[in-house]
Design a protein around this ligand. Sequence first.
Ligand SMILES: [Zn+2]
Length: 339
Amino acid sequence: MKAELLTRYKDHTIIDMHSHFLINAFLLNKSFFVRGKTPFFWNPLRNFYDYKRAVEGGVKGITFNIYVPYFPKILGGRMGGVERFVKIFNNIISASEGKIIHCRTAEEVLGCVATHKMAAILAIEGGNIVGENLNNLYKLREYGVRMITLVHFITTHIGDAVFGREIHGGLSGFGKEMVRMMQKLGIIVDLAHATDKAFFDAIRITEAPVVSSHTGVRALKPDDQRGLSDEQLLAIRENNGLAGVIFFPWYLKKMKIFCKLDLVIDHICYIADKIGVDYVGIGSDMDSNIWLPLDFKDASYFPLIPYKLEQRGFRREEIEKIMGLNYLRVLRDCGKDTK
Ligand SMILES: [Zn+2]
């Protein structure tokens, strides 16, 4: 079944807007080119992504997130930690011998798709790595970083996080300045993990599209601020932004440990129904210590998504948008002045 689906959907432009193989490489010294074993359920020592499984799944582009753990001093300061991750990322690119290309623009990604290479896009989870110095954003842009989540698990000097304490009542003054500067530099503002107030603070001052890269919708998991409310979804449409749907069952339905891929599809469909097919994407969050739907075991299972979307009545052009083209639109719109 899987092989048949892969043949059927192999031309689809599948681009994941949020994933974490770099954590595996950093903490466990894993090679991206060795096919890993799929975890049975949850196993932080095993990963879902590697080159072989991604190719098998027809994945054309992967967003690799830098995540500097909360012990930055060991790493030589937060930016020192970023440098170490960038080195790991660059090593993957060079070890691929031309099979994986570090892409900074949507056009470069499309170039990869056309020449059957894999596109790698660099992002950061946790904007606190810039410390107190926004000029570090220039450095990150130089490294080729195209997207940053303003906050992660805890509230920082940038703004309030969903799982953190409410300190600023949204974004801090520094956080607002950071949004402006990121957009000036063509770095996408990622509002996943931000509180509602922080989200709307960013939306109010933004001049370019924003994303929530790995998320679900609150309508299907009520009372959870981590998912996007209808009001937030409408704001994303107004902003010409994008909501990427996460594959983690826990974020998709209350007390849900096990689920089928259909639950992920439900969230995609909800967003498409509510605000249109142009504003929904895929942000798996694989390799960030999450577990996956029972019938989506690793990156090689990606073709199941277009298959299931087709079953729900989406047309090919719409599926292509959801699977990656919407993300490329945002990459393009956020990088207009920076090429
Ligand atoms: Zn996250």
